[in-house]
Design a protein around this ligand. Structure first.
Ligand code: HEM
Length: 448
């Protein structure tokens, strides 16, 4: 039931849910022949695009989810010249590398260095074969109207690690519920006005700057984030928290959990501060039901880190009561990322050294990149003074400095202790900013 009038058959499906399939291919393309692309997109690809309606609980999802989004230079290639009211999008992610804490682009995938990626197809399914056949359907339909610039094949991790990112932590727990798409949020889930994620809808702070065809679209921030898993594990092994009665293993596990803000099972350290609680982690009615405030207060204590450090990844990226309740920060993003790359091999584990790239194909949707992804990265994760002076970097995603990032609050036995990370465990390989238009925009604005 769309209480705020969202046109769910007009909004692309990935925007409202994220992370629902086990295999996903990102196909980055250039437009070689705009008139041909437009007619082929309309006849051959538009019918394959998955809508938000198909992602509702009562609907049957298609076998393979297909979405498409365009970069700013892609809009230009299609002669769509309206200003969308988003400076980060207009500039492109390459121009934003410094703001995001990337030390230049020497680690970037070469295809992201430049502005010639015009768009991306996102194709997701449960099997590689399904994805491959849909990739073929799309590329055959478009023929030589596009050039394929770069492809990233991503996949959920196998077996018991399914749903966990490569460091081993359960992901995809906390996404905002978009009012009008999901009106029964789980306990602790943020319920956000649709315009915080979807352009032109109620709550979009830049609603007056949007051309009419942009309504129902969303900005997609894509990042290829390499994860140095053996190196991360070595760091935990070498630096166990010396809590009373803890074994080295328990101390290492506690350090990792406090860096993320959740145990590997997903259990929040705020609710279970000393040991993992897999039953809590697995229970969607409890695993997100906390605010960082004690005893039902509407703000959290400005100093208390006993249960969760201010620097913890999930506290940096969603501070909840740290910024006061009710939580209307306007900084929510809807994440739809998925791991890529193989499991850690025995030789990588034995040498504590990555030899084959793996990481997170990070996807977030927001109505403003400057309020969403960019803000979280720049002003929260990379800001050593957020939320208090000695918070330090987000130890998972804070700025790529190569070495010597300081992180506060990780040691509950001495919260004033600062731990220095000798290396980055997540390395930015770059990415691009895109606009994921409504189906009506695809059918009209993008194909005439
Ligand atoms: C939550 C890992 C990159 C924003 C999480 C969680 C994990 C995780 C394990 C907890 C699961 C959950 O609450 O759903 C990672 C890893 C990353 C990464 C390994 C890089 C390789 C990013 C980036 C951003 C981000 C780049 C944004 C700038 C968030 C947000 C949440 C989250 C907003 C939810 C916080 C909450 O609602 O409590 N991440 N993440 N993450 N992450 Fe990340």
């Amino acid at each position: 039931a769309a209480t705020v009038g969202l046109n769910l058959t007009d909004i692309q499906g990935d925007i409202v849910t994220g992370m629902t399939k086990n295999r996903e291919t990102f196909l980055f393309f250039g437009i070689a022949d705009a008139p041909s692309f437009k007619s082929k997109l309309r006849s051959g690809v538009l019918p394959l695009i998955t809508t938000a309606m198909q992602m509702t609980k009562n609907s049957t999802q298609p076998t393979t989810l297909v979405n498409v989004a365009f970069s700013h230079t892609g809009l230009g290639a299609l002669n769509v010249s309206d200003t969308l009211g988003d400076g980060a999008f207009t500039g492109g992610q390459l121009a934003d590398a410094g703001n995001l804490g990337d030390p230049g682009t020497s680690h970037w995938v070469s295809q992201f260095v430049g502005t010639n990626i015009h768009g991306v197809f996102l194709l997701a399914s449960d099997t590689d074969a399904n994805v491959a056949s849909t990739v073929t359907a799309v590329t055959t339909a478009l023929g030589d109207s596009i050039t394929q610039i770069y492809t990233l094949q991503a996949a959920a991790r196998p077996g018991a690690e399914q749903g966990h990112e490569h460091f081993g932590f359960l992901d995809g727990i906390s996404n905002p519920a978009i009012q009008g798409f999901d009106d029964s949020p789980l306990p602790g889930q943020a319920s956000v006005p649709p315009g915080e994620i979807i352009v032109g809808e109620t709550g979009d702070p830049f609603i007056s700057q949007r051309p009419p065809w942009a309504i129902g679209g969303s900005f997609l921030a894509f990042r290829q984030l390499e994860q140095l898993v053996p190196e991360f594990n070595k760091f935990l092994t070498d630096n166990p928290i010396r809590a009373p009665g803890f074994t080295d293993q328990q101390g290492s596990d506690l350090l990792g959990a406090r860096m993320v803000g959740r145990w590997k099972s997903g259990a929040p350290v705020f609710l279970s501060p000393l040991a993992d609680d897999p039953a809590l982690g697995a229970d969607p009615t409890r695993n997100n039901n906390f605010t960082y405030a004690l005893n039902g207060s509407s703000t959290s204590s400005s100093t208390d880190q006993s249960r969760c450090p201010f620097s913890a990844h999930i506290r940096k990226t969603r501070p909840r009561a740290d910024l006061g309740l009710p939580e209307n920060t306007g900084r929510h993003i809807l994440r739809g990322g998925i791991p890529y790359g193989p499991e850690v091999s025995d030789s990588e584990a034995a040498s504590n050294t990555t030899s084959t790239e793996r990481g997170l194909a990070f996807v977030s949707y927001q109505s403003s990149i400057g309020n969403g992804f960019q803000f979280l990265q720049r002003f929260w994760a990379d800001n050593t003074g957020f939320v208090e002076q000695n918070t330090g970097f987000d130890p998972i995603i804070g700025a790529n400095k190569g070495a010597n990032r300081t992180v506060g609050g990780l040691d509950p036995t001495d919260p004033s202790r600062t731990i220095t990370l000798i290396t980055d465990f997540v390395v930015s390989r770059g990415g691009e900013y895109f606009f994921s238009p409504s189906l009506s925009a695809l059918a009209n604005t993008f194909t005439v």
